[in-house]
Design a protein. Sequence first.
Length: 547
Amino acid sequence: MGVFDFRRQGGSSKRFRTSSKTTSMENSPTMLGSKGLIKKHEFVRLIIQCLYSFGYNRSASCLESESGICYKSVDFEMLESQILRGDWDDCIDTVNKMKDLEDDTRSSVLFLLFKQCFLEFLSCGDDSSALSILRKQVPMLHMSKEKVHKLAYNILSLKKMELGKLDEDVISELRRRLVMELGKQLPPPIVLPERRLEHLVETSVTAQIDSCIYHNSQDVVSVYEDHCCGRDQIPTETVQILTDHSNEVWFVQFSNYGEYLASSSSDCTAIIWKVMENGKLKKEHTLRSHQNPVSFVAWSPDDTKLLTCGNMEVLKLWDVETGTCKHTFGDHGFTVSSCAWFPDSKRLVCGSSDPEKGICMWDCDGNEMKAWRGMRMPKVLDLAVTSDGENLISIFSDKEIRILNLWTNAEQVILEEHSITSLSVSMDSKYFIVNLNSQEIHLRDVAGKWEKPLKYTGHKQNKYVIRSCFGGFNSMFIASGSENSEVYIWNRRSSKPIEVLSGHSMTVNSVSWNPKRPQMLASASDDHIIRIWGPSHSDKTQPETLS
């Protein structure tokens, strides 16, 4: 009896015999597909695996018999049988004879086998044999000290569990788990990766979605035909015109849940619009309190509050439901440039173009909680807080981007060659875009892993503040205004615009994509109007004008 023979645990000592199933088709050179790229026996084997994973065991077994192709390789079927019987000497021999197995993988597999041997020796009270494995067999695998120490620690912990009381059913279950674990360790073709056919189909569908420049839906894609979306998936036509502002409209932003749109204007007002069930917008509140043009708005994450920034003026907090001003931050000399909310909707942060004011964090009652000031603090042009509350991204002195990790205080600085006019962060907090007066939009990752940004061109911008945004399903699109009175839309994977929307008669200052309605886009222009864009339809109708 070998040192790894566990017949005393109830296993048979009979050695495994190679399956009598034929493997003639497995060796066949027959290829499938119009290009002959798929090996027939591999494809059939994947189908068999798929049938077993769905629980269609009789169909899978029938296909194995008819095709002569086994779902499990001869090597793994042999190893599984040996493990379940406890023929450990034969297990070791089978693993050592496996071809094309990398040394690290072979060592990991043998380690798991030795670990099971170790466990079963302890369970039957044979401590000396267990120690023999630890001293003689495991060191031969050149495993890390950590793994060896962990195994040694098991001597004490497993002894405390009184493993001698474990019955054959428990041992059998542990062996089945070992088979499953080895199935994850061993490479193809010895073992097929789990749900391999599903993975291949999903990869194909994903590749088709990725290559579809108009894909803008979370609907499940059919595998019956190749996937391709039309331009009707994105907003390309004006469906409504909002004309309530009496002067240039500088900024628009949809609320986080997509139920409202806020706009601000050089007419010194901001307007809250309600998005109706039918997709039309109606005016909810006109916010009148600023003495100067309103340059910026920011929704609280819970959409119950709205911040408005007056141009070279104070910051105001509004109640969305009633349209009343709840608090005014700063004084007439404060000079707010931009503001943002933290995820709890209880704290906000604002930046000033006055270097002495810096960046301030307040609660909703106006109590200053934190400030970043100092002689070396440059003027703040724009800022944002990522939706996870981890990072504060600021634009300083025209060309400098600073990303401050609020949890670790780590800071990364990015320098652009041209002046930055605006900043926007993706909903998932992973990416941000900046508009430059060089007529480029740069996409960067917040984590700072990319050496160079992705660049988008085509729009016109060299002297005004133009704001862009992420939008669509999974924020896969970027939209921007332009000084030539048009709206530009890019798929994030392409540097050239996929759509250019005409309708405004003057500079388009800002755009916002509805986060819950991926086919709704708003644009604000110097022509005093806001255009709501939706998908194109064959029946051409005049857009509704709301005034």
